[in-house]
Design a protein around this ligand. Sequence first.
Ligand SMILES: *Cc1c(COP(=O)(O)O)cnc(C)c1O
Length: 361
Amino acid sequence: MAISLDDLPLRDDLRGQSPYGAPQKKVRVALNVNENTHPIPEDVARDIVESVAAAVLEVNRYPDREFTTLRESLAAYLGHGLTADQIWAANGSNEVIQQILQAFGGPGRRVLGFPPTYSMHSIISRGVGSEWVEGVRDADFTLSPETVRAEIERTDPDVVFLCAPNNPTGTPMELDVIEAAYDAARGIVLVDEAYAEFMPADRPSAVTLLEGRPRLLVSRTMSKAFAFAGARVGYLAADPVAIDALRLVRLPYHLSSLTQAAAVAALRHSDEMLAMVDDIKAQRDRMVETLTELGYHAWPTWSNFVLFGGVDDPHAVFEALLERGIIVRDLAIEGHLRVSAGTEAETTAFLDAMRDIRLGA
Ligand SMILES: *Cc1c(COP(=O)(O)O)cnc(C)c1O
């Protein structure tokens, strides 16, 4: 007889929880998980393949446990005078976040986030046995220094998550919010900057706040701007002492030599890899403009996606788009859908479909 999860000796605190579940469907235009939909340039791909090929010849040996070359490459990419001892990396920023929570969260500790926000923040928190508590945002999904301070005082967290800019709303976050959170919190403040490259070029990253703030951790990813989601590379900038804490919980050799080789090769071509970012920002701005013309409410965004409201029946619009070979994200925010900026052709296909759906065509 088939058994169910209820029949297994699962941890009590995991009973009734849902796994991460963005649908993975093969469709013509996939704009649902904020990937960079531009393929990586052919010459970059060739360099990556050659680097991976060389690494394969040594794959009988364990990889460099300290992934030194990769940390040097990431430090150089981030700039701001950062050095390799201030950098950490793992298989996606999700793994970086999990290691941070294993070291600084864990059972009996409390993690504060501000929904609607990235669903993995709460899932990873619960996965390591931490209590997840929810702060309340200001109007329009924003977060002021006063509010963040008050919510930290109210909940007394061990770890504070700030998603800057926020997913799934795209909401910008200014550095004064991060400074206020740091001053109010006794624990770790983790700024998730997965979309940093899509911010306006003149806006500073939270890495500029690291000096003198050993409890501040800034996570980044190669999944979004760098078109590297399938390779699984996320990273962190922080005080070297905070990074030492992660060595206590990571599995030895967690970054394979193939991953390290691929990421180092891609970072050699960061200019070319990031050449698409300006185009993606232009497509995102086109989405905001056209959705607004169509009578939807597109929220301000510093990321590579747009959250838009004024959708009477999000599920019906989701299905109508899917029928046309386009997938977006239905996050169960009432009256809203989220769409990732695509290539020019994909963006046009989405906007044409939205116009048809609006006009009942
Ligand atoms: C997409 C995303 C990530 C990326 O996760 P990876 O594991 O690096 O692919 C992290 N944080 C946020 C807020 C995201 O939207």
